[in-house]
Design a protein around this ligand. Structure first.
Ligand code: PLP
Length: 382
């Protein structure tokens, strides 16, 4: 068994695994299950600081992104796709699949999205039904400031679709204050349940846009409208994955009980970045560091897979490389959700320190010791 220190899926605690093994009812016929589903949705909304309704969908995180685009897009609708990362750009495909017209707003992949530059662009170009933005673009660890980006878009009446799958619960998401219309999350990142579920939080403005459509939604599974009357009618569009939802609920209860969750993510991420830099390694980005994942460049004369393989074979720890244009160039440490503990990180740094030295990399500090020093300093400050 590996210790997974990847930016999703993340480690799943025993109480979540146990919840998934509870006895099942018939989720189509048991009114108690409809209540349980609705309460779980309400818990998600409250953890994301919103009065908006949440729907849990039976599919991995990607389904939420697709459902948001499928449900909003009518043929010929224009959508602004904010692209400063691989997932950011990827939204264009969902817009196109549903016959919308994506306009890609490209910004460099090493900096957090420049909100002032976007404001300038919008002055002259704002004829969009909705815009898509990724909160944490996981392949590069890029964090975008949705607290400023979404309200700016809303000033022009542009609906906001936010992918916070790998940020929420490690980064603050205040969906009402940030004015997010469709907010997408998944079970397998900071939530720390196994992969398999997506959820979408829907504002009244988004519901109205979906209701006012002239063209039908060109999907069944990605059609949010089908859930419109599920509670009154006690009827889901398809049979709900009851065990997955039991597990998700336990994971959300863990989050609700964890008052220091954001602070812990910050302290661990901050100490991780300081440690890598003190050791002489290079953080991949120049700004926009997410507190859920840290991405550093593979040192000279070393190959990503050598590091990942040795970490796995000699220390049973799984780190991640990346993909697309970042394939072979970076290593990612996922310190989100239940991965984000001091002991997990010390174990990871101890192993990474040995592995890199064995591969001939000169490190300026012993990384596990330095990390602990940074943790103690930040804890003393707070
Ligand atoms: C993980 C993730 C998703 C979910 O999809 P995967 O199939 O796991 O890639 C969506 N968006 C982001 C930003 C993610 O990190």
């Amino acid at each position: 068994m590996y210790k997974i220190m990847t930016p999703g899926p993340t480690q799943v605690l025993e109480n979540v695994r146990r919840a998934r093994s509870l006895e099942c009812t018939n989720p189509d016929l048991d009114a108690d299950f409809v209540e349980f589903y609705k309460e779980t949705c309400k818990l998600i909304s409250s953890l994301l600081h919103t009065k908006n309704e949440t729907l849990i969908l039976d599919g991995e995180g990607i389904l939420g992104l697709e459902a948001a685009c499928a449900s909003l897009t009518e043929p010929g609708d224009k959508a602004l796709v904010l692209d400063n990362g691989i997932y950011g750009k990827g939204f264009a495909d969902f817009v196109s699949i549903y016959q919308g017209i994506p306009e890609i707003y490209h910004a460099d992949y090493e900096h957090t999205l420049d909100v002032n530059a976007l404001a300038k662009f919008l002055e002259a170009h704002h004829d969009f039904k909705y815009a898509t933005v990724v909160h944490c673009d996981t392949p590069s660890g890029m964090l975008n400031d949705i607290s400023r980006i979404c309200p700016l878009l809303k000033q022009y009446g542009i609906l906001t679709v936010v992918d916070s799958v790998s940020a929420m619960f490690g980064e603050l998401v205040d969906a009402d204050a940030f004015q997010i219309d469709l907010l997408c999350g998944g079970s397998q990142k900071a939530v720390s349940a196994p992969p398999g579920l997506a959820f979408v939080v829907i504002s009244d403005a988004a519901k109205k846009a979906i209701k006012d459509r002239k063209a039908p939604i060109a999907s069944f599974y990605a059609n949010l409208k089908l859930f419109e009357n599920y509670y009154q009618d006690k009827w889901f569009p398809y049979t709900m994955p009851i065990s997955d939802i039991y597990g998700l609920r336990a994971a959300l209860d863990n989050i609700a009980a964890d008052c220091e969750i954001l602070k812990r993510h910050f302290i661990i991420a901050d100490s991780t970045r300081k440690t890598l830099q003190a050791a002489g390694l290079k953080l991949h980005q120049k700004s926009g560091f997410s507190n859920t994942v840290t991405v550093f460049d593979v040192p000279k004369n070393v190959r990503t897979e050598w590091v990942l393989d040795k970490m796995k074979q000699e220390y049973s720890i799984m780190l991640a490389g990346s993909f697309d244009e970042l394939a072979g160039k970076v290593i990612r440490i996922g310190h989100m959700g239940t991965n984000a503990t001091v002991s997990n990180m010390i174990e990871t740094f101890k192993a990474l320190d040995h592995v890199l030295r064995q591969l001939g990399v000169q490190l300026h500090v012993p990384m596990d010791e330095y990390f602990l020093k940074m943790i103690n300093q930040s804890s003393a400050l707070s």
